[in-house]
Design a protein around this ligand. Structure first.
Ligand code: ISJ
Length: 188
């Protein structure tokens, strides 16, 4: 998989994550889901749009890496694709006002890349959400809540994900929330 030579803070990476089918189920394990991140765990429409609304100056998508790679076994199961089958995997930082707010990982099975789906290979710094929410072909499934097991200090603790269905195929968007998004900022 192609990694961009991107100047990312150490540890600003995606940790192992346990996924729950509902916020309530995750909340039984970790009540933090009901804290300041709650709003972001529940945003239903385009996450990109919601982040853009919060920005004072700029919103940016920085591609960390993208290319064909094997999803994890758990991801393959969730997407009902054969284990070890390569998919197009895209990892980005969503930045507001120059600060990383979200790390996003999207798994796009080869079946989604046929026909009009081919353009998913060439998104670059254009947000995926703009494409998914502008096309009636894509229908979002229910949101899941993720509890991360951070191994490094900067790693996210809470996440959300959902499948987007297009006919018989589906891709999966996972969004890992960084504290800079939801913790109250203290003025210097
Ligand atoms: C799915 C959306 O797209 C956003 C954009 C992404 C990208 O460009 O890779 C990844 C995750 C999302 O938060 C959305 O806006 O809801």
């Amino acid at each position: 998989m192609l990694s961009k030579d991107f100047d990312t803070a150490p540890g600003l990476t995606i940790p192992p994550t346990h996924w729950y089918r509902s916020l309530a189920a995750a909340g039984l394990q970790n009540p933090d889901v009901h804290g300041p991140a709650l709003h972001w765990l529940q945003v239903e429409g385009s996450f990109t749009k919601a982040l853009q609304k919060k920005c004072r100056s700029s919103f940016q998508v920085n591609v960390i890496r993208e290319g064909f790679a094997e999803p994890s076994d758990e991801e393959a199961r969730r997407l009902s694709i054969p284990r070890r089958q390569k998919a197009w995997i895209r990892e980005v930082q969503l930045c507001g006002d120059g600060q990383p707010w979200v790390l996003a990982r999207t798994i796009i099975p080869v079946s989604c890349l046929e026909g009009r789906g081919r353009r998913l290979l060439n998104l670059g710094n254009k947000p995926l959400g703009a494409y998914l929410f502008s096309s009636p072909d894509w229908v979002r499934g229910p949101l899941e809540t993720g509890l991360c097991q951070p191994e490094l200090p900067n790693q996210p603790q809470l996440a959300r994900r959902s499948l987007f269905h297009c006919g018989q195929t589906a891709l999966m968007v996972c969004e890992f929330l960084l504290p800079a998004l939801y913790q109250p900022q203290h003025p210097l």
